[in-house]
Ligand binder design. Structure first.
Ligand code: UDP
Length: 312
C-alpha cells in the first residue's frame, strides 16, 4: 500500500510511519510541525519508501500519484497544546478532516480517522462504551478539541454514507511512550520530566481523577488491525487498567527513585477535566482480536529511558 499519514511527524503519526514501513508499505508523512517535530522521523530520512511533506492539511491537500489509505492524525492533542492553538485545533479537526476525506475519495483510498476518548467529555457513563454519546461542554476550554473531533466523526460517517467511502474511526484513549513532547503538558511527560529533575510531581486537583494509560505499541497494533478490518463504526482502543492520578504519581516516583514526592496544585486543573475515564474495549477485543499487552511496568521504563536522553 501507499499510505498518507497526516500528523506524520507527531507522537502517534511517527510511530505509524515506522509500523507501515516495517510492513513493507510506502509512507507519505504530512505535517505542519506546529506540535510535531522532524526529530520524530529523522531516522527515516533517506528511506526509499518514505517521503515527508511539510503542509498544513487545513488547506487543500495535493499528493501526486495513487494512495491506498489516508490516516488522519494531524491535530494538537494535549490540553496545553489545544489551549495554545484553539483555532488551528478546530480547523484541523473540521477543515483538515474534510480535506483528508476529499483526498481519500478522489484517490479511491480507505480513510481512518484518529478520534479520541475526549468525545465522551467528562463522562456520565463508566466505563465508556462506543454507544455512549458523551458529555461535552461546547464552550469550555477543551471544547475546541472535543467538538472538532466530534465533527470529524460526523463528517467521516457522512462521507461513508453519502459517497460510500471506506472509513474507519478509532477512539484513542490515553497513550504514552517515546516521542511524546517533554513540554506538551500531559501528565506522563510532566511527571517523568519532574521526576528526572528530582522535583515533586504536580498533581492537579486532589488527584482522585482517573485515567488508563496504554503503551503506544499496543495502540499502533490496534490501529493497524482496525485499518485492515472491514468495521466502519467507531472502536475504542485503550487499556482498562484504571488508576487515580495520585496513584500514577507514586508509580512514577517509585520507578525513578525520586524522593521529592508529590505536590497538589488545585489551580492548575483545567476546567472540565474528566473525573473518570476508562474504555469498554470489548468491541476491539471481539472484532479485532486485539488486547493490550504492555503493562506499565514495561512501558514506563522504556518511556523514562527516552526522556532521560531528552532531559540530558
Ligand atoms: N495532570 C496532573 N498533573 C500534570 C498534568 C496533568 O495531575 O502535571 C492531570 C490532569 O489534570 C488530568 C490527568 O492528569 O486529570 C491527565 O491529564 P493529561 O493532560 O495527560 O490528559 P487528558 O487525559 O486530561 O487529556
Amino acid at each position: 500500500m501507499r499510505v498518507l499519514i497526516t500528523g506524520g511527524a507527531g507522537f502517534l503519526g511517527s510511530h505509524l510511519c515506522d509500523r507501515f514501513l516495517a510492513e513493507g508499505h510506502t509512507v507519505i508523512a504530512m505535517d505542519n510541525l506546529i506540535t510535531g517535530n522532524t526529530r520524530n522521523i529523522a531516522h527515516l530520512a533517506g528511506h526509499e519508501r518514505f517521503l515527508f511533506i511539510r503542509h498544513d492539511v487545513s488547506n487543500h491537500i495535493f499528493v501526486a500519484g495513487h494512495i491506498d489509505a489516508v490516516l488522519h492524525f494531524a491535530s494538537p492533542a494535549s490540553p496545553i497544546d489545544y489551549l495554545k492553538y484553539p483555532i488551528q485545533t478546530l480547523k484541523v479537526g473540521s477543515l483538515g478532516t474534510h480535506n483528508a476525506l476529499g483526498l481519500a475519495l478522489a484517490k479511491g483510498a480507505r480513510f481512518l480517522l484518529a478520534s479520541t476518548s475526549e468525545i465522551y467529555g467528562d463522562p456520565l457513563e463508566h466505563p465508556q462504551k462506543e454507544t455512549y454519546y458523551g458529555n461535552v461542554n461546547t464552550i469550555g476550554p477543551r471544547g475546541v478539541y472535543d467538538e472538532a473531533k466530534r465533527f470529524a466523526e460526523a463528517i467521516t460517517m457522512a462521507y461513508h454514507r453519502a459517497h460510500g467511502l471506506d472509513t474507519r474511526i478509532v477512539r484513542i484513549f490515553n497513550t504514552y511512550g517515546p516521542r511524546m513532547r517533554l513540554d506538551d503538558g500531559r501528565v506522563v511527560p510532566n511527571f517523568i520530566g519532574q521526576a528526572l529533575r528530582g522535583e515533586a510531581l504536580t498533581v492537579y486537583g486532589d488527584g482522585s481523577q482517573t485515567r488508563c494509560f496504554q503503551y503506544v505499541d499496543d495502540l499502533i497494533e490496534g490501529i493497524y488491525r482496525l485499518l485492515n478490518s472491514n468495521f466502519t463504526d467507531p472502536v475504542n482502543i485503550g487499556t482498562t487498567h484504571e488508576m487515580s492520578i495520585a496513584e500514577f504519581a507514586r508509580v512514577v516516583n517509585e520507578l525513578t527513585d525520586n524522593p521529592a514526592g508529590i505536590v497538589f496544585k488545585e489551580a492548575e486543573r483545567i476546567k472540565d477535566d474528566p473525573q473518570t475515564r476508562r474504555p469498554d474495549n470489548t468491541r476491539a477485543r471481539e472484532i479485532l482480536g486485539w488486547e493490550p499487552k504492555v503493562p506499565l511496568s514495561e512501558g514506563l521504563p522504556k518511556t523514562i529511558e527516552y526522556f532521560q536522553d531528552v532531559v540530558g
